[in-house]
Design a binder for this molecule. Structure first.
Ligand code: FES
Length: 104
């Protein structure tokens, strides 16, 4: 198990257990305050949108073109936006902090 810090849409911080090898979305969609992940990780809905804390953003692989394209269409896009279904949890990301983005 690997620790993930999640800031909900009310700004409340939660420490949750994630699992190395899982997409972060798979942890976030289990939470009441998490993400909807409507497409189930197919990179087509953007309802798994999060902001990765800047300290961590450089430590995860850069988004592929389909993720970049979808993110760029979002009203709440920021430089540290990611689709959590495209980010894999690893042990080296223990303690990573992500903020659930507002609903589109
Ligand atoms: S779950 Fe749909 S884009 Fe991530």
């Amino acid at each position: 198990m690997t620790k993930l810090v999640v800031v909900d849409r009310d700004g409340v911080e939660h420490e949750v257990e994630s699992k190395s090898g899982l997409k972060i979305m798979e942890t976030l969609r289990e939470l009441d305050y998490g993400v909807a992940a409507v497409c189930g990780g197919m990179c087509s809905c953007a309802t798994c949108h999060v902001y990765v804390d800047r300290d961590w953003a450089d430590r995860i692989p850069a988004p592929m073109s389909d993720e970049r394209e979808l993110l760029s269409e979002l009203a709440h896009f920021q430089a540290n936006s990611r689709l959590s279904c495209q980010v894999e949890m690893t042990d080296s990301l223990a303690g990573m902090r992500v903020t659930i983005a507002p609903d589109e």
